[in-house]
Write a protein that binds this ligand. Structure first.
Ligand code: GTP
Ligand code: MG
Length: 436
């Protein structure tokens, strides 16, 4: 699914890795590449344009996060914008036990009949009984196809053989469903190669008689923007309540999924991912964006950083580093903030600068020893480590349950780090925590 657009984005994000700072100038190329990737995936050009504008203004306007790289931050912004592009108010089906009906509409071969079966099965799995109704009276084999599917999944089935009028069938089906105490009537309708007036009139009539709670537009996702345009045409004659995108397992390029909601204002409820009755999923914009971008780990890293890092404290510490006033108190604060973010080993590996150090093994235990040693110092000792003499050392080490030797090594490394900071007064915006 989405191989082409995914690969494109992977490359763009790889190129972003080395970006030092986000500026109007250096995001120009990546933005152009993102736009190209979207257009290639058959995303509507207006949608692509708006997308790029949002990503650009957020990239330039957003607060710089301390513990992630600018490139990672852009990945997250692209992810967020993609989710919001596909987001919708309502994308699920009511599972109420009360009787209601659902109607499937769409062009020929889009997957209406198959989807009728998949939806029935989905509702059955939520303990609702279904009756599938064949209202496609045009195509000869249509009734038989629906009947076979209904039998396969164990759903009730209704039609009137040789009856030409869908209206007559619908009225009789409603009555039959009431008598049997069925929860959902699922109505499969006829398709055409193109949108035509006759079909629209027929569907309008069915909608009027059926009074369905849901009218789902079934779209073949491999047709990209065509699917979006056809949805708009259907929407001008019928009150559509949602969309099912089928054949996402095939060579869908992503354009339909990405442009549909933005262009039509309709939500995507489900996706079809194969011919079998179970090849069906509820649609979640964030999962879809993850599939397209393939950057789940970075997105969650940035999310964590956004949640837990106290920007102001981080900023203060950065200031202190710049002025070489960073002491063990600050070290302790930045330390515990970073630890709040989860298993430190994984995290440190993802941090800027850490990759350059190669495959470092960070020992969680060693980190807690360092923390214990600093906590065992007085505030004055943390601010002025140079006052820590032999007897203080003994006391601190004892308090932390560690050896004086360990404390010596910590103090030595800390003083080295401070020297390093003094020599780097113009440190970049990104706080790099030295490896201990
Ligand atoms: N791979 C794949 N094939 C699908 C999917 N949904 C439907 N199909 C196939 O697409 C073809 C057409 O599906 P139908 O359900 O008959 O389409 P329809 O909209 O009812 O077509 P008409 O009744 O002729 O208008 C069938 O061969 C289905 O098996 C899907 O999600 N993935
Ligand atoms: Mg059909």
């Amino acid at each position: 699914m989405f191989d082409m657009i995914s690969q494109r984005f992977q490359k763009i994000f790889r190129d972003l890795r080395g970006m030092g700072k986000i500026t109007e100038k250096n995001i120009q190329d990546p933005l152009r590449e993102i736009r190209k990737a979207l257009l290639e995936a058959d995303v509507n050009y207006k949608v692509a344009k708006q997308f790029i504008e949002s990503v650009k203004s957020r990239s330039l306007g957003e607060k710089v996060l301390m513990s992630v790289t600018p490139g990672q931050q852009i990945v997250k912004i692209v992810f967020d914008e993609m989710v919001s592009l596909m987001n919708q108010e309502k994308g699920d089906l009511s599972l109420s036990l009360n009787f209601s009906s659902l109607m499937l509409v769409g062009l020929q071969g889009s997957g209406k009949t198959t989807t009728a079966g998949k939806i029935s099965r989905f509702l059955q799995s939520h303990k609702l009984s279904t009756m599938m109704v064949a209202a496609d009276t045009k195509r000869l084999a249509a009734r038989a196809q629906l009947k076979t599917i209904a039998e396969k999944i164990g759903s009730d089935y209704f039609t009137i053989e040789n009856e030409e009028s869908p209206a007559v069938i619908i009225n009789a089906a409603k009555e039959a469903a009431r008598m049997k105490g069925i929860n959902r009537l699922i109505v499969d309708t006829a398709g055409r190669l193109h949108v035509d007036q006759e079909l629209m009139k027929e569907l309008q009539e069915i909608q009027k008689i059926l009074q369905p709670e849901e009218v789902l537009f079934v779209a073949d996702s491999t047709t990209g923007q065509d699917a979006v345009n056809i949805c708009r045409e259907f929407s001008s004659s019928l009150t559509l309540t949602g969309i099912v995108l089928t054949k996402m397992d095939g060579d869908a390029r992503g354009g339909a999924a990405l442009s549909m909601t933005f262009t039509t204002g309709k939500s995507i409820n489900f996706v079809g991912i194969g011919e079998k009755m179970d090849d069906f999923e509820a649609f979640y914009p964030d999962r879809m964006a993850s599939r397209i971008l393939g950057m789940g780990d970075i997105v969650s890293l940035v999310e964590k950083a956004q949640k837990t890092i106290d920007e102001k404290t981080a900023k203060d510490i950065e200031e202190k580093i710049k002025r070489a006033r960073f002491d063990l108190n600050d070290f302790l604060v930045s330390f515990s903030q970073i630890r709040k973010m989860g298993p430190i080993g994984n995290l440190m590996k993802m941090m800027p600068g850490m990759n350059a150090l190669g495959n470092i093994d960070i020992d969680e235990k060693e980190l807690s020893h360092i923390e214990a040693l600093i906590k065992s110092m007085t505030v004055r000792e943390r601010t002025h480590p140079e006052i820590i003499d032999g007897s203080r050392k003994k006391r601190i080490a004892q308090g932390a349950g560690r050896s004086v030797q360990e404390l010596n090594s910590l103090l030595k490394r800390f003083s080295l780090m401070r020297k390093m900071m003094k020599n780097m007064p113009k440190m970049g915006k990104h706080l790099k925590i030295p490896a201990f």
